[in-house]
Design a binder for this molecule. Structure first.
Ligand SMILES: Nc1ncnc2c1ncn2[C@@H]1O[C@H](COP(=O)(O)OP(=O)(O)OP(=O)(O)O)[C@@H](O)[C@H]1O
Length: 231
């Protein structure tokens, strides 16, 4: 069983972070060069910057999905790079709710089945969480919980991805462009919901976004610049 989430989210500290990707040519490019970022427990932060400036790469490192090439990502006293991959997976499942840019929905499952996926992966009883999953589906405006996800519009898929990230009441919420596929009004509603739920839970919230409304509502902003080819 995963360990229960701590009552308070840990402080985030990023130091001398470099994330490099290998290009098909064999060269390396630096996607993120960030000397320092500190975020208090329950803090909210918008990651902004032009397309390709490294927002998704940074979110992946914060979630422990990718190991930094250099530097450290510390959540409290946990240095993610020092954990083995299975330990990092356990750590992430117990603490983090993730909204992926491309949703990562599982076709063949309906709306409810997708929202309940973190329960399955985390070893929590999916049946016990069904009422919460139904409530979250309604809260994000999904009225047909048994609709197969492959028949949803992109905007509806985005709502499923947001509801799924909230299922386990995570202490840390990381969202990659969570309003990008929505019209302005719905995007604002979903953005407001993320902020509201993060406040209710006392969760730390980091959102990569181009959306000026959401950026403003999050209050604090870190603007990334494309770093370029690695030396
Ligand atoms: N796996 C990878 N292999 C090679 N290059 C990559 C990889 N992932 C990202 N990159 C490159 O790293 C840079 C940063 O990409 P990233 O997706 O982090 O930016 P972003 O700010 O999230 O962009 P967008 O706003 O378009 O989603 C880009 O130049 C991208 O092409």
């Amino acid at each position: 069983m995963p360990s229960p989430p701590p009552l308070l989210p840990p402080t985030l500290l990023v130091e001398a972070l470099r994330i490099r990707h290998r290009l098909p040519s064999g060269d390396w490019m630096t996607a993120v060069a960030l000397d320092r970022l500190a975020l208090e427990p329950g803090g909210h932060l918008a990651l902004t910057g032009a397309s390709g400036s490294g927002k998704s790469s940074l979110l992946s490192a914060l979630a422990g999905l990718d190991r930094p090439s250099d530097g450290r990502v510390l959540w409290g006293d946990t240095d993610l790079a020092r954990l083995t991959e299975p330990a990092r997976d356990r750590w992430r499942r117990a603490r983090i709710g993730l909204v992926f840019q491309d949703f990562h929905l599982v076709s063949g499952l309906d709306v409810l089945g997708n929202i309940l996926l973190p329960a399955r992966f985390g070893g929590t009883c999916a049946r016990a969480l069904k009422p919460r999953a139904m409530a979250l589906a309604a809260r994000v405006g999904l009225t047909r919980p048994h609709q197969p996800v492959e028949r949803l519009s992109r905007g509806e898929m985005q709502r499923v991805a947001v509801a799924r990230a909230l299922l386990l009441s995570p202490m840390i919420l990381l969202a990659d462009e969570p309003t990008a596929s929505l019209d302005a009004e719905t995007g604002n509603a979903i953005g407001a919901l993320l902020i509201e739920v993060a406040r209710e839970l006392g969760s730390t919230l980091v959102v990569a976004t181009h959306d000026p409304w959401l950026r403003q509502r999050l209050g604090r902003e870190l603007r990334l610049e494309a770093a370029g080819l690695a030396a």
